[in-house]
Structure formats: C-alpha cells, structure tokens
Design a protein around this ligand. Structure first.
Ligand code: NI
Length: 280
C-alpha cells in the first residue's frame, strides 16, 4: 500500500470518513451530469424508468458504470477494503433547486440486510455540495458504534426509503460539513452517523453514492442480488456478478434492474410498517 493509501486508511479508521478526494475534473463532472440530465429528460414521461435511472445509474448509463470503475475510485475503495471489491449499488441523491428535501440522521448499513460492515460509500458531487445546497454532515468517530436503533418516520420530505432515523440523540455540534466541488468525493463508513439538510440554492444538488463492499459480505437472507466486480476476484459467490450496461438505457438492462429491485426490496422493507418507493 502506498503512502497516500495508508494515510487514507488511517484517517478513515480514526474518523469514519475522508474528504475531499479529487476524482473527476470539473469538465468531466459536468459531462457526467449532462449525460444524467439527458437521460432524465428522455424519461420525463416515465416515472418508473426515471426512478430506476436515479436509483441504479451505473446499471443503465455506461458513463456511470465507468465512474464506479474509475481508477481513483477503485484505489480509494481498495485502500479501505482490500484488493477484491464489488459495487453493491449506485444511486443518485438529488435535491432539486430550492427544495425542502433532507436526509435524517442514520447509519447506512441499518437496512441493507448485509451480515458485516466491510462496506464504504464514495459520494461523488456532480454539482456544488455546500451548506446552502444541503451537503452531507458527518459525526467524526461515530462509525465505532454498532448499528443503533432507528425508527421509521416516512417523513414526506425525507429522501430515505423508510424515513429511517437514528432513535438516539445525535450531538450535532460535533458534525462536520462535507463540502465538495463538482468532481470531488467523500468516503464514509457504513456505521457513520450522517444527515443532510434542504437545498436553498437555485441549482440542483446532485451526488452519486457508490457503495463498495468486499465479496465476503453476504445478505443475511433473501435472494442473491446483482453486483459488479470493480477490481480483483470474487472467491465467494454470494452475489450475482453482472457486466457493464449493454448500451445507454438499454431495454434489457431496464428489465434486469426491475427484477433486481424486487429482490432488494424484499430485503430493504423487511419489518417496515409501510413501503415507499423512494430511493434507498
Ligand atoms: Ni446514508
């Protein structure tokens, strides 16, 4: 492991997060955003496919698949997880201009149904992530907590699928604002306490959250869900490895994603009082 990777890992182990990481140039981030927004415009009349595009961009847009395999992304994930890394999921967290949407305090791994915590999220900014636009906030060191109780709120403006919220008091005075320029990323541990506020700016706040895991992770129950191999090998076979998108917004990929969403929702909504259709 080189010096940068070893200091990244040390910071991650101490704080539960690292930022900013320079991943894309401003121009590359703008191209990625433009590709997404062209896809959104093409699907404007199709709520179901639009939701799939925003929840699974790396399965439907070759540009986002390439982002998950970008050498700087994979190197950061491998510095934390080791040489074998899967992409468990990718999803966009979009707050429209001047919108009240927020994300309540939570720990990511609470509802994913995975058996351990060998997971890291790289969150890539595709527009400015600032306090005014509702950037994420992290509580340093909170990743050392195990999964704590959460309550489902299903709050109307909460972007989380169940409105899940930590049921313990969070010391917000300790929280760090994760400001990022387009093309920069943060990485955070699956047990880290994090949240984000509304977007009070005139631009959309767009982030792509790429969830990396080790192949040793497995679902506690339910069918094997589809993942991509980012680097190394899968010696376990706990998940179904799928190739990159066939083409841009390919009908067969939409069908495959729809089937995978059904598998994942079986796990995500286990125990939930009611089901929403927002992104996880
Ligand atoms: Ni989260």
């Amino acid at each position: 492991m080189n010096h940068i990777a070893s200091s990244l890992k040390a910071d991650y182990e101490r704080d539960g997060f690292v930022f900013p990481l320079d991943i894309l140039s401003a121009a590359e981030a703008a191209d990625l955003r433009a590709d997404l927004e062209a896809g959104e415009a093409a699907l404007a009349g199709d709520r179901k496919r639009l939701g799939m595009l925003r929840g699974y961009p790396a399965r439907l847009l070759p540009s986002f698949d390439r982002l998950t395999r970008h050498p700087a992304m994979v190197a950061a994930a491998a510095a934390i997880l080791g040489p074998d890394v899967l992409v468990w999921g990718s999803g966009l967290f979009i707050k429209e201009a001047n919108s009240p949407h927020y994300v309540s305090w939570h720990q990511d791994l609470t509802y994913w149904g995975l058996d351990r915590a060998d997971e890291v999220t790289l969150w890539v900014a595709l527009s400015p992530a600032t306090v005014a636009s509702g950037c994420m906030r992290f509580v340093p060191g909170s990743h050392r907590e195990r999964i704590l109780p959460h309550a489902d709120s299903f709050g109307a403006d909460n972007l989380l699928s169940r409105g899940q919220e930590l049921a313990v008091a969070v010391d917000e005075a300790q929280a760090v604002d994760v400001t990022l320029a387009p093309g920069q990323a943060s990485l955070h541990h699956g047990h880290l306490f994090h949240a984000s506020g509304p977007n009070t700016t005139g631009d959309r706040r767009i982030g792509a959250a790429i969830r990396y895991i080790t192949p040793a992770m497995r679902a506690r129950s339910g069918p094997a869900t589809e993942v991509a191999l980012a680097t190394g090998e899968d010696r376990f076979g706990h998940f179904a490895i799928v190739p990159p998108p066939r083409s841009r917004m390919d009908a067969a990929d939409f069908a495959a994603v729809a089937a995978d969403i059904e598998r994942r929702e079986t796990i995500l909504y286990e125990g939930a009082a009611e089901a929403g259709n927002r992104q996880s």
